[in-house]
Design a protein around this ligand. Sequence first.
Ligand code: SF4
Length: 674
Amino acid sequence: MAENNLPNGKGYWGRILWVDLSSGKITFEDLDDALYEKFLSGAGLGAKILWDRLPAGIDPLGPENILGFTTGLLTDTGTLFSGRFTVVGKSPLSGGWGDANAGGYFSPWLKRSGFDALFFSGAAERPVYLYLDDRTAELREASDLWGADTLETETRLKERYGPRVQVACIGPAGEKLSRISGIVTDRGRIAARSGLGAVMGAKRLKAVVAAGTRRVGVADRRQINRLAKEFQERLAGKKGLQRFLTDGLMGMMGRITRHSRIFPRQPADLWRLLLSKFGTTAITAMSAESGDSPIKNWGGVGYLDFPLSRSQKIGAEAVLKYETKKYGCFSCPLHCGGLLKIEAGPYPIPEMHKIEYETLGAFGGLLLNDDLFTIFKINDLLNRAGMDSISCGGAVAFALECFENGILTSADTDGLELRWGNAPAILQLTEKIISRQGLGDTLADGVKRAAEKIGRGSERFAVHCGGVEPAMHDPKFDPGFGTAYACEAAPGRHTVSSYTYLDLQVLEKKFKKAKKIPSLTTYKEKYRTDNKGEALAVNGFFKMLIDGAGVCLFGTQIGGNFPLTEWINAATGWQRLPDDYLATGERIAQLRQAFNLREGLNPKKDFRLHPRIYGDPPLPKGPAKGITLDMEALTNGYYQALHWDPATGRAEKEHLIALGLEEIIPVLYGEGHH
Ligand code: SF4
């Protein structure tokens, strides 16, 4: 491969790497500035490349699928919170658009290799990994690593290439083509959703080793630094408030959030404090109380079925006892992460990343399990296997409910008593899912496929959105999540749009278009469905901007007016207004939607939520008592804001033209061939 020595001062290299795993051929491709101006980098660039290069209708686990690793436009530019990478490909779980992102340190090292993104096509005959540095891009034999878990893989590759290289890899779950597997970096941070670990496994690509050292140029270094300093000063100015809100808050929050219709806000300052001290574990107990966490496979009520006395056993304070060190991703000043050491209990773990709320929720309240040691052990197993804890927890919940209702018997479970809260059985079933043994083999591809195989009426316990297990946020608590679960191109996704995020991000102060956002904090209006579509759509566009920039969502939720668009201007030299960027975010959202339509999916039908998610039948007690969300009205509002046809989800031609997306019209409207 020719030497990659582009001069640049735009925050991006303008260059991507193509690796054909079938032939072993490696080539680079220079991209026009216009592509970055329209789609940024990260998820936006990924969506554009997949739209242009991926034929519709291919098998996501076949060699035709393309798997991309994209860095953010702001990655390694000196901006804060900008260390995330996004993996893209056709999802083997939903059958449509797939993406997942993660933080850690992989993304900047990949970008330092001189590329904004890597795209893999084809499939290798034998296991390989890609080694990348300033001058080299080479496929190397990985048969000796095949079968190793992600921690062992990373350790061995670092022994080979030195401790400063960064590794993204799959574990046994991806190798065994589990459709709920992900891609792991930094000894346990995972791009978990969409099942893209299986795509990597199907390509027999064990790992990517990134060892680049070159820093991308930017247009205005001083402005980048100034914006970073001002942002941090704004946050530091809030320290007094932080102290005021400090310790002892957790119990109080539990009580307050129980009355969530009276005081449902998680203001940005409070959220920053909680994240920096506890990470996402902060919300575990309060979310079980408030109705944010789904309980007992979405059929239970938090404070009755999993009361504070139990949820606190797996809550923030309980986890914090095991933290030995804080952890922050690349360029992160907040450090919501941590490293844990578990010496007590039946499953000692010398070191692992602090567990996240999603995992505590999925293996806690969702299963009525309050055994923290078991959940720690499962977290470690899933990180090592490279498996999505949300989907895996959903699969276990499904199996438990099937067993409790006699659909599965101990003959199906190799004798496991799959009862609610039976921690040893939950652990053993998780091990079976990872190794695809017995019932675990059926569950390893998610609940939708499992129910299809099991039959016997089990589908009524298979809680999913378009084949994807929803995250640990109940739309009956925040109907914005329900709208996103049903309307997002990656269904069941919790990071894109919600009332909670709108409250935290205060977008109406950043974007003129967002001025129309109604006051979401008037929670008398929480369940009003006719005036939220625009706000949630704008929230979604903002998230696409975040994913194009490669920024951590939390950076934008902690107050201090995160200067996202100003930073993009400073890195690139563009002079664009915030609302121009909102259009960029929408363009990415529209392209992801178009990808699904091209695959023949009709999100209105194919991403229909399991009725329990929106309260049908309504829960008899608790904060969501009697609530059935009008999903038709909620999705219609969102569709209207995106100019989508209410029946098909196809965007109006004129609107696509206004967004500069003329190129997708012939495909969406069947006018000629793509
Ligand atoms: S806030 Fe947490 S997840 Fe985000 S960049 Fe910092 S450490 Fe990583």
